[in-house]
Design a protein around this ligand. Structure first.
Ligand code: FMN
Length: 358
């Protein structure tokens, strides 16, 4: 055994690349590629982190700001951070406790978790694990409309605080890594929310029949919950979502897994915020990898941001604690950068905090 070098030790800051490398070593290649990959040429996926950094911060000086609390409310639910967990499928492949570990990790960080339709634990089991922490349920349209409606009702009954309709998946994006591996859910895991046939592996259970704007009020009625529409990238669509009953809009490219190449969330967000106005909450995700990325999104009008892959790598390498470390690490970076920028309220970050990089 050689001497331990500084590179061998856990660094005293959030090192997401190191976490991703660790996850790559732990996971089978097809599972890692399912998590890491995107659609088609993966242009959307590759460009996402850089798109937040195509904006630059304009710090304010002499504002007397030191400590920055991150508390906020999302659709009226109090949370300790504006950085939440995006819905991601099949968490049981990353860690034996899957969604249950993510729920514990998010609750410890005071972050909101969005639970995927394609979870490997039932939505009721995850709700029980999240304790008093707020959580949202993400809905896909299943082949059976009746089963889909039933999921919406169950989310309302299980105490979820909102229903997130993911609308950017009328059909599955062409993900070349998964096609190459002929990826399917490993034996022993099942889509736990799917009634009866839930142990049929694979992605084919998701719908190819689409929703329309009329489904927004319908699901609000069925679930009794506010509806968040996820996967909106245009101002005109955002306006129509709100007009037809959406309580909030979530700007997303689905982590680069659907349309490719698509406009980056960082570039679509200002248009969506302008379209819906100040009274409607807008969230954003896609390539957020640092507190300064989160701050850029808040400045562009997001009420909160969500992270997918950082929490995947956290869960794979450290279970619930790994998820907590990622969320608190990003939160610490956000608070630190806000203090450096003379800002003390995550609920009202002025738009002129950022300018397009030249
Ligand atoms: C492996 C994986 C699975 C995902 N599964 C879902 C899902 O079940 N439902 C959904 O609405 N979005 C899903 N997404 C998209 C995420 O909610 C989110 O939009 C995206 O991961 C954000 O980008 P980021 O990973 O760069 O943070 C998934 C993303 C990944 C990477």
């Amino acid at each position: 055994m050689g001497e331990e070098t500084p590179e061998d030790r856990e660094p005293p800051f959030l090192d997401l690349e190191r976490l991703e490398d660790d996850a790559r070593e732990r996971l089978p290649a097809d599972v890692f590629d399912y998590y890491a990959g995107g659609a088609e040429s993966e242009t959307t996926l590759r460009e996402a982190p850089g798109s937040w950094r195509s904006w630059r911060l304009r710090p304010r000086v002499l504002r007397g700001v030191t400590a920055v609390p991150l508390d906020t409310e999302l659709l009226g639910s109090p949370v300790r951070s504006p950085i939440g967990v995006a819905p991601w499928a099949y968490q049981g492949m990353a860690h034996a406790d899957g969604e249950l570990a993510t729920a514990r990790g998010a609750a410890a960080a005071g972050s909101l978790m969005t639970v995927s339709t394609s979870a490997t634990h039932t939505l009721e089991e995850v709700a029980a694990e999240a304790g008093g922490s707020p959580r949202w349920f993400q809905l896909y349209r299943l082949h059976s409309g009746a089963h889909t409606d039933d999921l919406a009702r169950r989310a309302g009954d299980a105490g979820y605080a909102a229903l997130v309709l993911t609308v950017d998946l009328p059909l599955l994006g062409r993900r070349r890594r998964d096609l190459r591996h002929d990826f399917a859910l490993p034996a022993g895991l099942r889509m736990a929310n799917h009634p009866g046939d839930g142990d049929r592996p694979g992605l084919q259970d998701l719908a190819t029949a689409t929703w329309t704007f009329d489904d927004i009020p319908r699901f609000a009625d069925l679930s009794g919950l506010p509806v968040v529409v996820k996967g909106v990238l245009r101002g005109d669509d955002a306006t129509r979502c709100v007009q037809t009953g959406a309580s909030a809009v979530w700007v997303s490219t689905h982590g680069g897994r659907q349309v490719d190449p698509a406009v980056a969330s960082a570039h679509a967000l200002p248009e969506v915020v302008d379209a819906v106005g100040d009274d409607v909450e807008v969230y954003a995700d896609g390539g957020i990898r640092s507190g300064s990325d989160a701050l850029t999104a808040l400045a562009l009008g997001a009420r909160a941001v969500f992270v997918g892959r950082p929490t995947i790598w956290g869960l794979a390498s450290g279970g619930a604690d790994g998820v907590t470390r990622v969320l608190t690490g990003l939160g610490e970076e956000l608070a630190h950068t806000m203090a450096l920028c003379g800002l003390d309220d995550v609920r009202s970050v002025p738009r002129d905090t950022v300018v397009a990089a030249r």
